[in-house]
Design a binder for this molecule. Structure first.
Ligand SMILES: CC(C)(COP(=O)(O)OP(=O)(O)OC[C@H]1O[C@@H](n2cnc3c(N)ncnc32)[C@H](O)[C@@H]1OP(=O)(O)O)[C@@H](O)C(=O)NCCC(=O)NCCS
Length: 123
């Protein structure tokens, strides 16, 4: 059954500015695979913003079940060969969600200005 939904919208220019201003932010939030995927694209900033939105959307979908001590990088966004995005969990988040039998779904959309993510959590 659906246990939660979450959505988040991120301003691309604003997020790009944050990444530029704080040098460590990119490596704090994104895995090496996410960085490689974003930077291989035509518009890396849009993809970074979308993945940040996805992580925030998942936290909303998990609601009170979210563990504040978990790190952003434990929630990774991967794309299959068709381009479809999904979550891949690591570390404490993976352990916790697999114990609960939680499955999460993700959809992303972006324009040059905004990136939007929608997450659904099932148990
Ligand atoms: C996939 C598709 C729906 C994306 O829509 P769009 O309006 O061009 O772009 P949006 O900004 O709304 O969405 C982009 C996001 O869609 C997601 N996406 C891409 N392919 C997808 C797919 N097959 N299924 C679900 N989501 C997909 C990705 O997350 C992408 O963002 P990312 O590159 O940062 O990960 C659109 O390209 C489409 O309908 N394509 C037809 C099928 C097709 O040509 N597939 C090509 C691969 S076989």
């Amino acid at each position: 059954m659906i246990a939660g939904i979450g959505t988040d919208i991120v301003g691309v220019e604003d997020f790009e500015r944050r990444l530029r201003r704080t040098a460590e932010l990119k490596n704090f939030v994104f895995t090496p695979q996410e960085i490689a995927y974003c930077e291989a694209g035509r518009a890396p900033s849009v993809r970074f913003a979308a993945r940040f939105a996805a992580k925030e959307a998942l936290m909303k979908a998990l609601g009170g079940g979210w563990d504040e001590t978990a790190s952003f990088k434990e929630i990774e966004i991967v794309n299959d060969e068709s381009g479809k995005p999904s979550f891949r969990f690591h570390g404490r988040v993976a352990k916790r969600l697999s114990k609960d039998g939680t499955v999460a779904h993700l959809s992303l959309s972006h324009t040059d200005q905004y990136a939007l993510a929608f997450a659904v959590v099932e148990k």
